[in-house]
Design a protein around this ligand. Structure first.
Ligand SMILES: Nc1nc2c(ncn2[C@@H]2O[C@H](COP(=O)(O)OP(=O)(O)OP(=O)(O)O)[C@@H](O)[C@H]2O)c(=O)[nH]1
Length: 265
């Protein structure tokens, strides 16, 4: 019986060892102790019984261990599967966020994401009582760029202008593609004078952009309308409207210009 307990994982080994010892013990008892046949029979029955009990107990233990191992194996597989599923969902979430927050062509903030970020910046500027400027930037004669060189070149121009904006503005400024060939920039902690300087620099950089082959005749330019948040009631929407109106003043005044909203001066 002790073998079944001492060698719990090797049923056949334990069984043979126990049987060998029981038979040896019985033979030794008969040969050297000269016990009576009835006692021998009783001893044999006792040994058989202990062997059967030990064998059954160990068999059951082994079956339980196998089941436990199978369950553990299944659990590990499920965990692995779950981890894969979590990683997949995370990547899907990131992709969805990317689609919702980024403009597919330029990689800038989408209009809705820009509004969210700019609103937060505007609130913060108000709390900190610092000036807040907003640019509306529109590519001049963009329709004729598309018509002359095709939409692929038009798209390329938009991408390059987005790059210029991202490179020449501060990391704290938020740039978005407002739609079509129109961009919007929120500039926290920027006075009207600084805004004018930054916009002029941006306009100049766009004009200096190296163009694709065959586009040499193109004079690429943008018109920029600037509005400054000047009162507690001035929300982001009305600020955008003012910047947009100012932009169209610039368009009427001949394009390729920076125009400052009159109530921002
Ligand atoms: N290639 C390309 N063109 C676009 C995209 N979105 C809008 N457009 C085009 O941009 C052009 C905008 O034209 P308009 O609104 O007339 O403006 P414009 O020709 O730039 O004229 P002004 O703004 O007055 O200087 C339209 O022809 C649109 O089809 C885009 O993602 N890619």
């Amino acid at each position: 019986m002790a073998f079944y307990l001492l060698i719990p994982n090797l049923l056949t080994v334990a069984m043979f060892a126990s049987l060998y010892l029981s038979i040896g013990f019985l033979a030794a008892a008969v040969l050297f102790a000269g016990i009576a046949p009835v006692v021998t029979l009783r001893l044999a029955l006792l040994l058989i019984m202990t062997n059967v009990v030990g064998f059954c107990a160990l068999l059951r233990l082994e079956i339980l261990q196998r089941k436990q191992f199978a369950l553990l194996h299944e659990e590990r597989n499920q965990n692995r599967h779950l981890l894969k599923e979590i990683a997949h969902r995370k990547s899907l979430e990131a992709q969805l966020r990317m689609v919702a927050e980024r403009d597919a062509l330029t990689g800038l903030n989408s209009r809705s994401h820009f509004m969210k970020r700019a609103e937060a910046l505007l609130q913060r500027s108000r709390l900190e009582k610092v000036p807040f400027s907003l640019f509306m930037i529109d590519v001049d004669h963009f329709k004729s760029i598309n018509d002359t060189w095709g939409h692929t070149h038009g798209d390329w121009v938009l991408t390059k202008i987005a790059e210029v904006c991202a490179q020449s503005l501060r990391p704290t400024d938020v740039i978005g593609r407002f739609g079509g060939e129109e961009f919007v920039v929120a500039l926290p902690d920027t006075s009207p004078k600084d805004a004018q300087t930054i916009a002029e620099r941006l306009k100049k950089k766009v004009a200096e952009l190296p163009l694709q082959e065959g586009m040499n005749e193109l004079c690429l330019s943008v018109t920029i309308g600037i509005a400054l948040a000047n009162s507690e009631e001035d929300g982001l929407e009305s600020l955008i409207t003012r910047a947009d109106q100012t932009l169209y003043v610039g368009k009427r005044n001949g394009r390729n210009r920076v125009e400052m909203s009159r109530d921002s001066c």
